[in-house]
Design a protein around this ligand. Structure first.
Ligand code: ZN
Length: 138
């Protein structure tokens, strides 16, 4: 099992640091975030240490997404949430702060503080067309 001694999530998975676990199987542990954005904010942690989505094997990433769906349905029901974020940050520039792959499960409630507001960037039709060219796989 891949593990990094200096990684806080590896230490939580190993049981050295206590956590509020809401789900666990052979490959994943799901814990409540200690600094929740909303009530019920949880994190899916693969038990093996991978830095982020760039590094994680596809099967483990797929499994995390399947688990996210299952938990989203259950959490929405139990918490009476009105919506839900599945959120996953990669690298510092994208607000990743713990470098062990994790997926945020964030229940949303009407009138809560929100967490993803941004001002749309100004963009021209030409810029969008150029980007489309650059990003379309041939
Ligand atoms: Zn780790």
């Amino acid at each position: 099992m891949m593990r990094d001694e200096n990684c806080i999530f590896c230490r939580i998975i190993g049981g050295e640091i206590p956590s509020n676990t809401i789900y666990e199987d052979d490959d994943y542990k799901v814990i409540l975030d200690n600094g929740p954005a909303t009530k019920g904010h949880a994190l899916i942690l693969p038990k093996e240490h991978y830095r982020n989505f760039y590094d994680i094997p596809e099967e483990l990433a797929t499994g995390a997404l399947k688990l996210a769906k299952k938990l989203m349905v259950r959490m929405t029901d139990v918490l009476k949430a009105d919506g839900f974020h599945i959120l996953q940050n990669n690298n510092e520039a994208a607000d990743q702060s713990v470098f062990h792959y994790h997926m945020h499960l964030v229940p949303r409630y009407r009138g809560d503080q929100g967490l993803l507001s941004y001002k749309p960037l100004p963009v021209t039709k030409e810029e969008l067309a150029a980007l489309k060219e650059e990003l379309t796989e041939r």
